[in-house]
Design a binder for this molecule. Structure first.
Ligand code: FMN
Length: 202
C-alpha cells in the first residue's frame, strides 16, 4: 500500500510550536509516513515582528521552511495543525490560512481526511483545550476524522492532555514529555490513517 501522506501545518511566533511540529514530523516519519512540514504565512507587519527580538529571530531561523498551500492539504491523507494558544484560541495567522480553504471545502476535498492538533501556552490553565477544541470546530465542518491522542500511551498520563499535545512553556522550551507526546500523537495519527486508507482500498 502507498505510505500515508502527512502534512504538519503550524504557526509559531517564538519557536515553541515549531519545536513541537518537528517532534510531530519525527514521530510521523518513524511510523512510515511521507511528511511535509509547512508553516503558515506571517500576517503581522514586518515592523511589528522586528520590534520583538525572539519573534524576529524565529522568523529568520525558519525562513527555509516552506509555506503551507492548498496543494499540501489536497496531498495529505492526514493533517496535524499546530498553533500557540492566543487568549484561549488558535493564532490569527493559522486561522487566516484556514479561512482561505473555502474552495477546497466546497469541492469536498477536505472531507474524510484525518485531523489532529497541538498547541503551546505559557500557563497550565491558559486555554490549551479551548484552543484545540476551537480548531476542532473547523474539522467538523470539513467532514474530517478527528484523531486525538486520548490516553493511548503512558506518556499521556504525564503530559496530561487527551485533546492534543500541549506544552506549557513559560520561559522554557517544550520539554521531553511534550516532545514524546507529540511523537506519540503523530504515530497514532499515522496508524489510524493507514488503517482507514487500507480499508478504503480493499
Ligand atoms: C497575543 C498573545 C496571547 C496569548 N494568550 C495566551 C493564553 O491565552 N494563555 C497562555 O497560557 N498563553 C498565552 N500566550 C502565550 C503563548 O501561548 C506562548 O508563549 C506560546 O508558547 C507561544 O508559542 P510560540 O513560541 O510557538 O509562538 C499568548 C501570547 C500572545 C502573544
Amino acid at each position: 500500500m502507498e505510505p500515508v501522506n502527512v502534512a504538519v501545518i503550524y504557526y509559531s511566533t517564538s519557536g515553541n510550536v515549531h519545536a513541537l511540529a518537528r517532534a510531530v514530523v519525527e514521530g510521523a516519519r518513524k511510523a512510515g509516513a511521507h511528511v511535509r512540514l509547512r508553516k503558515v504565512a506571517e500576517t503581522a507587519p514586518a515592523e511589528v515582528v522586528d520590534a520583538h527580538p525572539a519573534w524576529a529571530r524565529h522568523h529568520r531561523d525558519t525562513a527555509e521552511v516552506a509555506e503551507a498551500g492548498h496543494g499540501d492539504l489536497e496531498w495529505a491523507d492526514a493533517v496535524l495543525f499546530g498553533t500557540p494558544t492566543r487568549f484561549g484560541n488558535p493564532a490569527a495567522q493559522l486561522r487566516q490560512f484556514i479561512d482561505t480553504t473555502g474552495p477546497l471545502w466546497f469541492a469536498g476535498k477536505l472531507a474524510d481526511k484525518v485531523y489532529s492538533s497541538f498547541t503551546a501556552s505559557n500557563t497550565a490553565h491558559g486555554g490549551q483545550e479551548s484552543t484545540l477544541l476551537a480548531l476542532g470546530n473547523t474539522f467538523y465542518h470539513w467532514g474530517g476524522v478527528i484523531v486525538p491522542p486520548g490516553y493511548t500511551d503512558p506518556v499521556q498520563f504525564t503530559s496530561g492532555n487527551p485533546y492534543g499535545t500541549s506544552a506549557v512553556v513559560g520561559d522554557a522550551e517544550p520539554g521531553e514529555v511534550s516532545l514524546a507526546a507529540a511523537r506519540h500523537q503523530a504515530r497514532r495519527v499515522v496508524e489510524v490513517t493507514a488503517a482507514l486508507k487500507a480499508g478504503r482500498a480493499a
